[in-house]
Design a protein around this ligand. Structure first.
Ligand code: MLT
Length: 313
């Protein structure tokens, strides 16, 4: 291999298209970004690092990377990147903000339908030899109120799609523009109103100090009894202890969870409840989203390494 090529560290599993898009002018090295010692060692020579959600590019990781020019998040959320520290160190942070929005919206809808129709426990029962129909009686979505918490790119896609299921869609988003929401057939309401009126709630917020624990004990107390809730955004926005209590109490009839306060999460009291369906952070887990996210950030990395300006994605 040619000497002196910039070193690009792939800290997580990325699509083959990502590696193709990086080409041969850079040296691609792999490491397991969730293994802290391995990550810090790999960063020592890195000019660029590509991550998904399992790698924490915090202040310590940035300090361990003296040559680093760019951190590329093959996805949307930047909650695992210390953006201010990176900027102070002269490291560019890039992401792929539209790459996986359709996949994330579709996964939230998959969880919504799974929760409404008990798909996961019915499947488990049948595989265990039990043909139980009455036990898994569900509810229709048609005519029900869907409350979307966070009407950004993903929340808006969910709204449009669920209108086709004849759901009545309301949303809470202090940053959303009321006119465009109305054009999309969504009524913006205060959070307490959304909680009180929704039959289904789905969360589409970034994880920030403002959103962490937003759906906690107080929020559950204000929800319509029998509500079903989906979180395919970020763990911790829906407080897991408060959700567990609300499920036990019966106030919440079911939950679909793709994200957890601490990931990977392989043990949780929530997993013992039949009315919880859980997936391991699969919102962006489609061939299409991974290809788009990877190729988009690969292009940004090459631009950044060549010193060219990186346009907003
Ligand atoms: C995102 O923020 O885009 C997702 O967490 C994607 C991922 O799973 O990497």
């Amino acid at each position: 291999p040619a000497v002196g090529r910039p070193v690009v560290v792939l800290a997580e599993e990325l699509s083959p298209a990502t590696v193709d898009a990086l080409g041969t002018d850079v040296e691609v090295r792999r490491c397991d970004g969730s293994d802290r010692a391995e990550l810090l060692a790999a960063l020592a020579d890195a000019d660029a690092v590509l991550i998904r959600s399992a790698t924490s590019m915090d202040a310590e990781a940035i300090a361990a990377a003296p040559r680093l020019k760019v951190i590329a998040r093959a996805g949307i959320g930047l909650d695992n990147v210390a953006v201010a520290e990176a900027t102070a160190a002269g490291v560019l942070v890039v992401n792929a903000p539209t790459s996986n929005i359709v996949s994330a919206a579709e996964h939230a809808i998959a969880l919504l339908l799974a929760v409404a129709r008990n798909v996961a426990p019915a499947d488990a029962a049948l595989r265990a030899g039990r043909w139980q129909r009455a036990r898994f009686t569900g509810v229709e979505l048609s005519g029900k109120v869907l409350g979307i918490v966070g009407l950004g790119r993903i929340g808006s896609l969910v709204a449009r799609r669920m209108a086709a299921f004849d759901m009545r869609v309301i949303a809470y988003d202090p940053y959303a523009d009321a006119e465009s929401a109305e054009r999309a057939g969504v009524r913006l309401v205060p959070l307490d109103e959304l909680l009180a009126h929704s039959d289904f709630i789905t969360v589409h917020l970034p994880k920030t100090p403002e959103t962490l624990g937003l759906i906690g004990a107080g929020a559950f107390a204000g929800m319509k009894p029998g509500v079903r809730i989906v979180n395919a955004a970020r763990g911790g926005i829906v407080d897991e202890d408060a959700l567990y209590a609300a499920l036990l109490e019966g106030r919440v009839a079911g939950a679909g969870l793709d994200v957890f306060a601490t990931e990977p999460c392989t043990a949780s009291p929530l997993f013992a409840l039949e009315n919880v369906v859980a997936t391991p952070h699969l919102g962006a887990g489609t061939a299409e989203a991974q290809e788009k996210a990877g190729t988009s950030v690969a292009a940004s990395v090459l631009l950044a390494l060549s010193g060219a300006p990186v346009p907003d994605a």
